[in-house]
Design a protein around this ligand. Structure first.
Ligand code: 0L1
Ligand code: MG
Length: 256
């Protein structure tokens, strides 16, 4: 991967997000591989930090078979969340600010005490202070929502916005909770938290391990999006979106 222009690719992806304009895929043409793609993701994050955004968490992507099949990629990936991406519970997003936004129901963790670098997680209860239902808004910067694995990693795993519902203490089991995604009061997707790597707690192990490979350590106080429990649904102007997770409650957003 000699001579890949990390900063130039990050600039193209950042501009695509800022102007809500789709761009062609970049990896095949530039020879970008997975490690190079995470370097582009870091450059994109630095671009956001330089303009005053704060890093507030980490998200897992493609943690379910439905999501992998939807986009034709079969590897778990991770991306960065900043404060500007967070929408208040019940808040409004503007569809025109995005290229082709989709929404998906997720489970969020509020992180607490995490293992030292290189160490595995030995107590989920120590690492997670609270859990909540969440909605992730994803928006690939690539035309037709089509990409290769390095392309989607470089594009910060399509992260665009997220909403987190009320936090609750970690319940006894998280591995098979019913999940609904409603649009305008109608059920659009039905799933189970089992779709998230068999158990969303596993997503945290994977997040620590995979981000650690790239020198990224999860932090106390961060939000961690464990992944979607169903396929994502296109977001249209005027829609009211609600995610319901058994035992955890609901969260919602409106689209203008
Ligand atoms: O959060 C996700 O699972 C999205 C990962 C990237 C693939 C996509 O844009 O659907
Ligand atoms: Mg997601």
């Amino acid at each position: 991967m000699i001579g890949v222009d990390t900063a130039g690719i990050a600039e193209q992806l950042g501009n695509a997000a800022d102007t809500a304009t789709a761009i062609p895929q970049l990896a095949a043409e530039t020879g970008l591989d997975v490690d190079g793609a995470y370097a582009v993701q870091t450059a994109l994050l630095e671009r956001r930090l330089d303009r005053g955004e704060r890093l507030v968490g980490l998200k897992m992507g493609l943690t379910s078979k439905a999501k992998m099949a939807q986009v034709g990629v079969d590897e778990v990936i991770w991306g960065r969340l900043t404060d500007v991406m967070r929408v208040p519970d019940g808040g409004t997003v503007t569809v025109a600010d995005y290229i082709h936004p989709r929404v998906e129901p997720e489970v969020a963790f509020l992180l607490d005490r995490l293992p030292e670098p290189g160490e595995a997680l030995d107590s989920f209860g120590d690492a997670v202070r609270a859990v909540a239902p969440a909605i992730e808004l994803i928006d690939s910067r690539y035309a037709n929502f089509t990409f290769s694995l390095p392309d989607v990693i470089a594009d910060n795993t399509s992260a665009a916005a997220f909403v987190v519902g009320p936090w609750s203490p970690v319940p006894d089991g998280l591995e098979n909770l019913g999940v609904l995604l409603e649009i305008d009061g109608r059920v659009a997707q039905v799933g189970s938290t089992a779709a998230i790597l068999g158990d969303p707690r596993r997503a945290l192990d994977e997040g620590i391990r995979l981000a650690g490979r790239h020198g990224v350590r999860l932090r106390e106080g961060w939000v961690f999006l464990a992944g979607a429990a169903t396929a994502a649904v296109p977001l249209r102007p005027g829609a009211h979106v609600r995610a319901v997770v058994e035992k955890l409650g609901t969260t919602s957003l409106r689209a203008a």
